[in-house]
Design a protein around this ligand. Sequence first.
Ligand code: ATP
Ligand code: MG
Length: 391
Amino acid sequence: MKELFLIKLGEMVLKGQNRAAFDALLLKTIRRRLYPLGEFDVRYAQSTVYVIPKDESCDMDKAQEKLEKIFGIVAFTRAAAAEKELSSICDTATEYLATALSAAKSFKVESKRADKSFPLTSLELSREVGAAILRKFHHLKVDVHHPDLTVRAEVRDFGAYLHTDALPGAGGMPSGTGGKAAVLISGGIDSPVAAWMMARRGVELVPIHFASPPYTSERAEQKVVELLEKVAAYCGPMKMRTVSITHIQEEILQKCPEELFTVIMRRFMVRLSNKIAQDEDCGALITGESLGQVASQTMQAIRCTDAVAELPVFRPLIGTDKAEIVALAHRIGTYEISIEPYEDCCTVFTPRHPRTKPPVFVAEKAEQALEIDALVAEALETVKITPIRIK
Ligand code: ATP
Ligand code: MG
């Protein structure tokens, strides 16, 4: 019996003229991700991507794990292929789904017949497959309204397929179809989730991490690498930029009012990100801010940081609650890493009483004490590139 995957695509199907390019990118991503697991035939037909292992050595369980993390796939099924004749369809259903049928108390069969030359109608096929199942599994009852198990039989161009309910895919759009953006990534819970959300919209990510050596450690930076590896499992490899902002922080601490420390530092983060983003042809910046979460995330503070942004700043978490962000972090697998207690550049010099509603002109006035361009240029000299791989 031959197993395969049948993949349903998400919003891509709405993309009109760009559709072909989107399909091609998705097929390329699927082939690339499955490449280490054996030889698979990956092809598109009748609104479905077929992923067919070429021989027994293909690892189907690992392939399933990979497919669950490919953006652009809304749902997929692991199915068994049968000949397009009734006896083969019935035998395959009872053999392939034996474990699930034994565990269930009730079932129903739903059939689809895309190949109209098949001699039975969908209804007739469902009835025949149902009867074959009842002949082998005497404990089962048919329940068309609330069955424990739905057996699905599909007759398509290349063959007939048997499976149960579809598995959820990662959704979104194929990586690379939504442009490129720089994501400001800390070791916290929020920014990896923000990165993942924008990657799910097809955005290619250029992660930027600000460190404050020697106040922040190598290990703290390694934590960010591990977080990004979780995101890379979905969106593919990336190149992280690490920038030292120690000198900038020391200058702000010495020359600006303490209550403005955070907002001025964040304005520097944005200025540095502007440059890196533009060098990398990015169309936007991404942050993990959520309105009102901390002093630097009030509407006024956000206005202050946006005032120096030269690109749109995307904040996918702006309207989310922490509990929702945490739930997503669990789903992506970043939560356990994020809560490891390593120092972050933001926490090293945190003021005791940050100003929560700093007007832009107040930040601008305080910054007059600083050599902004020189500090930005000096920090950019420290940029280090770390490749992020799919683990
Ligand atoms: P997170 O959980 O992502 O760290 P946070 O709730 O701790 O977020 P802040 O520390 O105010 O919030 O940071 C807000 C956003 O600024 C982060 O989501 C991230 O996009 C960016 N940011 C904060 N610290 C850094 C850093 N060290 N390097 C790069 N970006 C950062
Ligand atoms: Mg943080």
